[in-house]
Design a protein around this ligand. Structure first.
Ligand SMILES: [Zn+2]
Length: 284
């Protein structure tokens, strides 16, 4: 009866309790105090002008939605004007893409599954170039590892996550032109020849850590994922099938074709471990 009464509410629901009586088991199970706080916080963010949204606002909205299972509410019951819906859906997707481009999804606790409702609500138009979101950097948790998750030394076989996706180093060429035989410091100036997503339709790329450039050795044109901007491939099928499934939960793929084979390297994170899935863009 209680559930029916609560869920039939149209405008406002008032619950009264007696201090002399123990709190209702239903309210305890519903974690009502935390839930009401979360709802108040979401309302506060939604009442702001989208121009003023900071990364921390949207991250707390996303966290509350996941924690309290509010996805269905936003999907089916949220009666907001269309513009407000797209403003929120776009802002969240832009935030996600900016975090993804920097390799911060894991540190910010963001998952592709969280994006499904926003992509369905209002897909983000394809954006070019590096993405940014105000205040995103300040939301990172303090890095207690001091960044040691990245190996200090790199060598043939070391994995890396760059703007095009996951790759494995094959060879390292020093500024003298000499090929390094052992390992070098991660920060050493070098050109890396790497195999992008080895084992599939392996693509060879060159990563120039001096010029901060990424070059597709054997391609004149490539395809870029329009959802995250952090997956580039010669092979459109890899993007449409494998990457879209692994990184975007199989939501409709979007891409653009680029008539270029050189890119600015904005992201290059090394990992001693291979990734769980080479088509995903999450840091290990
Ligand atoms: Zn993508």
């Amino acid at each position: 009866m209680f559930y029916v009464a609560v869920t039939r509410t149209k405008q406002q629901l008032c619950l009264h309790g007696l201090h002399s009586e123990p709190q209702s088991q239903f309210l305890t199970e519903a974690k009502y105090a935390m839930t009401l706080d979360a709802v108040a916080e979401i309302q506060q963010v939604l009442a702001c002008d989208p121009q003023d949204w900071q990364a921390s606002d949207l991250l707390s909205v996303l966290r509350h939605i996941t924690a309290f299972g509010l996805e269905r509410y936003f999907q089916q019951w949220w009666a907001a004007p269309r513009e407000q819906k797209s403003a929120l859906a776009h802002a969240i997707q832009r935030l996600y893409a900016a975090a993804q481009q920097r390799g911060w999804l894991t540190r910010l606790n963001l998952t592709p599954a969280q994006m499904a409702i926003w992509q369905a609500m209002a897909p983000l138009p394809i954006e070019h170039g590096p993405l940014d979101f105000p205040g995103l950097e300040r939301c990172l948790p303090p890095d207690n590892s001091g960044g040691v998750s990245e190996p200090a030394m790199i060598q043939a076989g070391t994995w890396l996550l760059c703007d095009a996706g996951w790759a494995r180093i094959e060879r390292m060429v020093l500024p003298s032109g000499e090929v390094a035989t052992g390992s070098v410091r991660r920060t050493a100036p070098a050109r890396l020849l790497a195999t992008l997503r080895p084992g599939t339709d392996a693509e060879v790329i060159e990563i120039d850590l001096i010029e901060r450039r990424l070059v597709f050795e054997e391609a004149e044109r490539v395809f870029v994922c329009g959802r995250c901007n952090t997956f580039i491939s010669r092979d459109l099928n890899l993007l449409l099938n494998q990457h879209n499934r692994a990184a975007h939960g199989g939501t409709g793929p979007r891409y653009r074709q680029a008539q270029q084979n050189k890119w600015t390297l904005s992201r290059c994170v090394f990992s001693a471990q291979p990734p769980a899935n080479v088509f995903e863009n999450l840091s290990v």
